[in-house]
Design a protein around this ligand. Structure first.
Ligand code: FES
Length: 183
């Protein structure tokens, strides 16, 4: 490689260095590119924390069970509802609700058994119980907030207590029958 003290002009030296440097990077890059492309198929923890969409496989979630995932630092509840829970949610007269919303508006067509909501009470932000097996579900087969007793139904709608709104709905879409992408 040429040096600044060579007899060639400074311009030529700089150009040679750039060409050599680019060539070297290209060779190193050949080996380095393959691994990142593969690993980028699944976002790393840092990327997820920064808000990248996440894929969730719902196949292991049996009917009547729920799971908690985090996205953008927020807890999200996903429940595979029983027929009883769905029927209860559909039977509600929405005119009686504090935050009127149909169950259909809170689920995806063809996937009504799955409810996906933010796990954050709309009163002061506590985490309601009712997702994991054995947790109390409140008086409406949904969730109950341990802080001040807000009860949410099996559609995540506020039914009793100080919370003003239904549990929020994160952006998500089904990418397969039992797979969703959140974000
Ligand atoms: S934070 Fe949930 S009822 Fe107050």
């Amino acid at each position: 490689m040429a040096h600044a003290t060579d007899t060639t002009s400074t311009e030529t030296t700089r150009r040679d260095f750039l060409i050599l440097a680019t060539g070297a990077a290209g060779v190193v890059g050949l080996g380095a590119v393959v691994v990142p492309l593969v690993s980028q198929l699944a976002p790393d923890a840092q990327t997820i924390a920064a808000g990248a969409p996440i894929d969730v496989d719902l196949a292991p979630v049996a009917e009547g069970q729920g799971i908690k995932v985090t996205w953008r630092g927020q807890i999200i509840f996903i429940r595979n509802r029983t027929k009883k829970e769905i029927d209860e949610a559909l039977a509600v007269d929405i005119a009686t609700l504090r935050d009127p919303q149909t169950d259909q508006a809170r689920t995806k067509p063809g996937h009504e058994k799955y409810l996906v909501v933010y796990g954050k009470c709309t009163h002061l932000g506590c985490i309601p119980s009712g997702t994991a097996s054995g947790e109390p579900k409140g008086d409406y087969d949904g969730w109950v907030c341990p802080c001040h007793g807000s009860h949410y139904d099996s559609s995540g709608r506020i039914r009793r207590g100080p919370a003003p709104l239904n549990l929020g709905l994160p952006p998500y879409a089904f990418t397969a029958d039992t797979k969703i992408k959140i974000g």
